[in-house]
Structures are given as structure tokens and as C-alpha cells.
Design a protein around this ligand. Sequence first.
Ligand code: ADP
Ligand code: MG
Length: 484
Amino acid sequence: MNNAQTNSIESESDNSIKAKWLSLAENFIAEFGKNAFDNWIAKISPVSFNGFELSLSVPTRFIKEWVSREYLDGKNRIIDGQKIWIKKGIKQIWEESFGELQSINLNIDEQLNTVALNTETSVEIEDKIEDNVVSISKYNNVHALGIDLNPKYTFENFVIGQTNKLAFSIAKKIAEATEVDTDTNPLFLYSGVGLGKTHLLQSIAWHIQENQKDKVVVYLSAERFMYHFVKALREQTIMEFKEKFRSIDVLIIDDIQFIASKKSTQEEFFHTFNTLVDANKQIIMACDKCPRDLEGIDDKLKSRISSGLIVDIYSPDYDLRMQIIKSKSELLGIEIDNEVLEFIAKNINTTVRDIESAIKKLVINHKLCNEEINIANAKNILKDLLKISDEAITIEKIQDVTAKYFNLTVEQVLSTNRQKDIAIARQVAMYLSKKMTTNSFPGIGKKFGGKNHATVIHSINKIEKEIEQNDKLRQDIFNISASL
Ligand code: ADP
Ligand code: MG
């Protein structure tokens, strides 16, 4: 840590705004590119944040004018009544991570000698991030529209566990196939947010780009698909648009839920989809819901996108969380005590994205403050994330949500009633309590009206067997865990 920086860190809040700002470096680079980042964004220093207003400083008037004009606020367009960011600014990027901002103040501070995103410590962190940004031309046969593919999103970097191994192996199989297998086409991949869908989709793109250079791959979000479609309509280049999309070998569309309620985009997507499938081209989609639960999507499109293989990813279980934490901390070049690893794995049981933010926060704080990472400061640094997990998953909450889902009362779920639907709900709730909390078998039994641990184990085994062959139950369990 250099001296200038040590001096500038005086208070807790000063630290936390710096940490917040630093944690956005990757997002800034992804949105503006590395050059703009180095030339402008890295010259900005965060000064204060009061929950509504963010104050930033820059060293010269020229930088102030440039940043104000080019980077503070994004440009949006309203399409189908929705605000779509064509280009995001610092404000939107901040808001995506930390919630709404009333305004940003940009001041000149000629004394400014600490450049927040350019200090020694942050450079180390960003070195790890830097090669994240690759320009489109470097992809050769892969066209990533409106986004840079993340070089870290590869199969090699994907940690495999019980909850994602099916999705992983199918994605890998598709990426390796030289011919389209109708069993896996189209592939519809779904899960809650932050569980690795985008990571897997991009892994497919990277893999094909390295191994099958003759294939044309297009990777884009459904939002981008709509953007190109609307643009083509406006510029009367719809024929080229159709041509372009219909000459693809592998079409990868992320966040397909975005086209819900966008009628004309759906219509166009339906045609593109049919043409590609009929020509035996591979389509891969990711979505935050299973097709059945997608609202605002035309039935014929819905049945078309569900006509191939549908695969889901569940929330990571304890073992996978441990593996992921180990792998992510190694990638960031930091060793974290086993005790702290276990603490994070036990307490952050929501999404991989949350686990990742936890590790990043710890690393940034460690590097800024030079403190060792132990459970006490981890608790403090990860307050926000831990709160989410605590609130999200308790046995009581699982019982409540499960009971509601099956139209039962919590009392029924906790009772000894052996009526089939009640017994299943009870077993499902026990199963989820084991999967989603860190309670022991006896602990779970106690909270289920004092059942013994053998009953709990028996129930969980039963559900585990049942979901292998019962799609409906599997789906029910997914829906319940999603609403948890
Ligand atoms: P989604 O698209 O499902 O919302 P992402 O693919 O964006 O989720 O994943 C969120 C973050 O978690 C990414 O940084 C991704 O690399 C990471 N991630 C998710 N699953 C895994 C995994 N199994 N192994 C390693 N990293 C993962
Ligand atoms: Mg995603």
C-alpha cells in the first residue's frame, strides 16, 4: 500500500466507499473498454456517498467536462414501454450494484494525488480482471453482440457439483459436437440468477471458437436481439437482419425472459428459431424461469423453445460452495483460512454470485487495509451478504413456503398425518432444510414437531430417489427453492 493511499483512508466510511468504487472496476471496463477506463475513469476518486448522492473528484476541469459529457449518465431508449440502456454510464453501473442514486456530484480537486482505481493495490486486483475484455474482432468466428465475452467463463473455470453437473455436461457435449444432436437441440437452460448460466453459455462459445473455427457462433442476450431487430426495422434493413441471424451455426441467447410481452420481437424470434432448427442448427437459450412459468410469451413460441432439452441448475450445496470459494480465492491469488472458508460456505448459501462478491469484498478489504482475514472481520465486511442469506433460508421459512406451495398449513406439514399430499410436503420441506440450511438431521427433526433423526434421513432419501424419476416433483422443488 503506498503512502498517499494510506493517508487518504481515514474513516470506516471512507474505506467502504473506496471498496465499493473499486469493486466496480470490472464493470466499468466491460462497459467503456480498457482505454476509456485508463484515460478517464481511473482518474476519478470517490469522495463520499450518503445513500442518495455520490460525490466524485477529478484533478482537472478538462477531465471533469469530458467525464460529465461522456460517462456520467447513460443513454436509453424506450422500447415497448421499457427503458433499455443502449449505453450505460457511471450512474447506472453504480445503481446495478448498490441501488438507486439520486445524483452524482463531480468536483475538481487539484490536490488530488490518489487515483482510486490506479493505486498499487487496485492494480493488483485489476490485473486479474484486465484480460477480461477482448474486442469482438479477436473472437474470429464467434460474434458476441453488445457484450465482451469473459475469458474466465470457460469450462475449465466452472466448478462442478451435484447441482450443476447435468447442465455442465450437456453444455460441454454441445460444444464438442461436430454435428447437431437432435436430443439436445434446442437446449433450454434455466435457474435463478447468479448460478452459472451465462458462464456456461460463454464457455460453449469459447470452446467452439478454439476447436471448430469454421462454425459461426452468435452470442447475445435477448435484449440485444430485440435491439438489433428494432434497429433493423427503423433503418429498413430487416432483410439483412434476417439473413444475418439465419446464417448462424450456433445461436446462443442469454436471458430469454426479456422478450416476455414483446410481441413483435417474439414473432421475429419465432421465425428465426424455426429457420435455424429446420436447418439443423444448434440453439442454446438461458432463462431465469422454466418455460412453463414464463408469462407473456406466446404459446406457440413457448412450445417451440421447450421442444428440445430443458435443464436446470440448482442453488449450490455446501460441498459445491466450499469448492467454489477455494477456486475463486485461488484465482484472486489469496489464501483464506479453512475456518473462514467454512464460515462463508455455511453462511452464504444463496448464489454463486453472492459467494463471489463475498470473496471480492474480502480481498479488496484485505488489500486496502492490510488486515488478515479472520471470522470476526469477515462477519463485519460481509454484513450485507450475510443478512440476505440469514433472511433467505431458515427452516421456518422453508416450512412456510412449502406449505403455501402445496396449499397446506404449516401445522399440517409439522403434524404426523400420513395422508399422501401432506407427507410429501413434509418430506420436501425436510429435504430442502437439509439442502439449504446447515442444520443437522436431529436439528431438523426437532423443528418438525420433534421427529427423530432416522425419520428425517428416511424422508430425505425418499425425496432424493423420487426426484430422479418424477419430473413434476423435481419442478415443484425447484419452484419452492426459487421462491425461497
Ligand atoms: P447467471 O447467468 O445464472 O445469472 P452467471 O453465469 O453470471 O449466473 O454466474 C454468476 C457468477 O458466478 C459468475 O461470475 C460465474 O463465473 C460464477 N459461477 C457460477 N457458477 C459457477 C461455477 N459452478 N463455478 C465457477 N464459477 C461459477
Ligand atoms: Mg446470466
